[in-house]
Design a protein around this ligand. Structure first.
Ligand code: HMH
Length: 221
């Protein structure tokens, strides 16, 4: 009998938290077309700031892969993900100008600051590759699962917001998340009890921070 993979087991154990992060009211409103443009604009500006902080985090995971990984293809997966953030930042700028969202004077809100603080703490040298790659998977997987829900059959997402959903809901991004999950699974299989615990706790923090992040865009928030 095959032992259940670590991530598979976590997703069962923390189903509620995972669903909370991937089926948030913001995403439900994007899918059913009731989203307020002010919510979307808040998310857009805050996520632009988040992605700028996310780049150095991904770079730190790349460095850990180079130092600690037993498989040279890990680095290539991470590098591809990092490279696509270049295009992503350009997309945020275009999208923001389309909606008249001035990116130059947005201030990060508390939820965003807290999330970026977690990223920064994980960039430290004493945080191992296993924890870091697991977190990278978790962060990307939440967006993939969330936006993929908005591109499914039956979604009533407004046409002008479809491109946003496609960005994280497309097949290629799904494949990237699968690759990250495969790497994380491989590493977690060989991890110590301490590393496993730290990875699980940090994954749960990511889920909470994602919920808080979506909450910023609540009407009257
Ligand atoms: C808050 N989580 C947040 N923003 C993102 N862009 C992603 C995950 C995926 O990159």
């Amino acid at each position: 009998e095959k032992k259940m993979e670590v991530i598979e087991a976590w997703l069962r154990k923390h189903r509620l938290q995972y669903t909370g992060a991937t089926r948030h009211p913001f995403i439900l409103s994007l899918r059913d077309g009731t989203i307020h443009m002010s919510s979307f604009k808040t998310w857009l500006a805050q996520d632009y700031l988040f992605v700028r902080a996310f780049v150095p985090f991904v770079a730190s995971v790349l460095i850990k892969a180079w130092k600690e990984s037993d498989d040279s293809s890990d680095m290539e997966v991470i590098l591809r993900g990092m490279a696509s953030l270049d295009d992503e930042i350009a997309w945020f700028k275009r999208e923001a100008s389309k909606w008249d969202v001035p990116l130059s004077d947005v201030a990060p809100q508390e939820a965003n600051i807290n999330y970026c603080k977690l990223l920064e703490s994980l960039m430290r040298e004493d945080v191992g590759y296993t924890v870091a790659i697991t977190v990278l998977w978790g962060i990307e997987a939440v967006y993939q699962e969330s936006f993929a829900y908005c591109v499914e059959e039956g979604s009533k997402t407004p046409p002008e917001l479809k491109e946003t959903c496609e960005r994280w809901g497309n097949e290629g991004f799904g494949q990237y998340c699968q690759s990250l999950q495969k790497i994380a699974t491989r590493r977690l299989q060989k991890a110590s009890e301490d590393e496993l615990k730290k990875a699980e706790v940090t994954f749960l923090s990511v889920l909470e921070l994602e919920v808080e992040f979506w909450n910023m865009s609540r009407v009257n928030a």
